[in-house]
Design a binder for this molecule. Structure first.
Ligand code: AQP
Length: 332
């Protein structure tokens, strides 16, 4: 059986990039795979977090996944800290991964900024915990946005190194699934930066909690260039903001960038933006409404997470026991 694992950090401000790059694909993959989806709260504390906010963001992330169509009953949805096996396997992987491998990780460089000495050790070993999340379930496929490609390559190196260090064929060589026309949604204010939860400008992203008016306003204000839309994809080269908006439209409408160019070639951005806003509102409004309804029922959301955690743990513990046996730990 092919098995999916993927996670999202409960760091607030879930946005259109998270939705198009990850969540929507997760929903669709449920038809063909056994799916395990995780709100990765252990990852969230690699940056300073306020406890009450973390708890609220964990519920909000879970509510948004459920609202988008993740089925927490036939599949598994849980928050990471409820299954301690993730942290145990991460420790083993910390002893497999090499400093040189982690030193190359661009996400650490970006997130630690100019003051690397002040970054948490957790932020540095973020990718080994991510490898543990996935390999703890021997997942075969991981749907993510483009920004996670490097971490997944590291995960494959860890799996291969573990297998060769212990002379076993234990871990599968998991495949990334980077799907669709919006694998890297960019900021609405600057086409060279990724749309991100932590961007200081709220106008840089469309949040899943935004009202239709806010969505329309943000799209209207999105940066573009003075040229009209090109009639062919080639005409998007060197125009990152135009390329981003066309990619978002294509992804929302489930068509290709080329189709968008054929349809809007020669149109002004202001006409295109009106249609883009209508499409974004149509797609996101039902999800936002359902998310709000679920957030008013935290008991229901908590129940899904704790039931999911129990089922995840049942899958993880026998695999972790085998790993401990391979490593040579004496077990009860
Ligand atoms: N801009 C994006 N375009 C496409 N996919 C994206 N993802 C994130 N941003 C984009 C994908 O969403 C999933 C969950 O991401 P995450 O919450 O684990 O963390 P992140 O990648 O660190 O998200 P942000 O918004 O960039 O957060 P901050 O600002 O805190 O760094 C992943 O599959 C990711 O690829």
């Amino acid at each position: 059986m092919n098995r999916i694992f993927s996670g999202i950090q409960p760091t607030g401000n879930l946005h259109l990039g998270n939705y198009l790059g990850a969540i929507r694909n997760w929903v669709r993959l449920q038809a063909d795979y056994e799916c395990i989806y995780c709100v990765v709260d252990l990852h969230a504390i690699t940056m300073p977090t306020e406890p009450a906010e973390l708890r609220a963001n964990t519920r909000e992330a879970a509510a948004s996944l459920l609202a988008a169509g993740i089925d927490g009953k036939s599949n598994i949805l849980f928050n990471q800290s409820q299954v301690p096996a993730h942290a145990e396997l991460a420790w083993i992987f910390n002893c497999i991964a090499r400093l040189g491998w982690l030193n190359r990780m661009t996400q650490f460089k970006e997130k630690s900024g100019k003051h690397k000495d002040n970054a948490s050790v957790g932020l540095y070993v973020y990718p080994t915990l991510m490898a543990a999340d996935i390999l703890l379930y021997k997942a075969t496929h991981v749907p993510v946005g483009e920004d996670q490609r490097q971490h997944l390559e590291l995960m494959r190196d860890i799996a291969q190194s573990f297998n060769s260090a212990y002379g076993v064929e234990f871990f599968p060589i998991t495949e990334p699934l980077i799907m669709g026309e919006a694998t890297r949604v960019m900021s609405l204010r600057d086409g060279s930066n990724k749309m991100s939860k932590s961007d200081a400008s709220d106008y840089s992203r469309i949040n899943l909690t935004d009202s239709p008016d806010e969505i329309a306003k943000k799209i209207r204000k999105a940066r573009t260039d003075p040229e009209p839309l090109p009639g062919e994809v080639k005409g998007l080269e060197g125009r990152p903001e135009a390329d981003n908006l066309v990619g978002i439209f294509a992804s929302l409408a489930d068509i290709s960038r080329a189709d968008v160019c054929t349809r809007f070639g020669g149109a002004t951005f202001s006409a295109f933006k009106d249609e883009l806003a209508a499409l974004a509102i149509d797609t996101l409004s039902p999800i936002t409404a359902e998310m709000r309804r679920l957030m008013d029922d935290p008991g229901y959301v908590d129940g899904i997470l704790s039931d999911g955690a129990k089922r995840a743990e049942q899958m993880a513990l026998p695999i972790l026991a085998e790993i401990k046996e391979i490593v040579g730990f004496l077990q009860r």
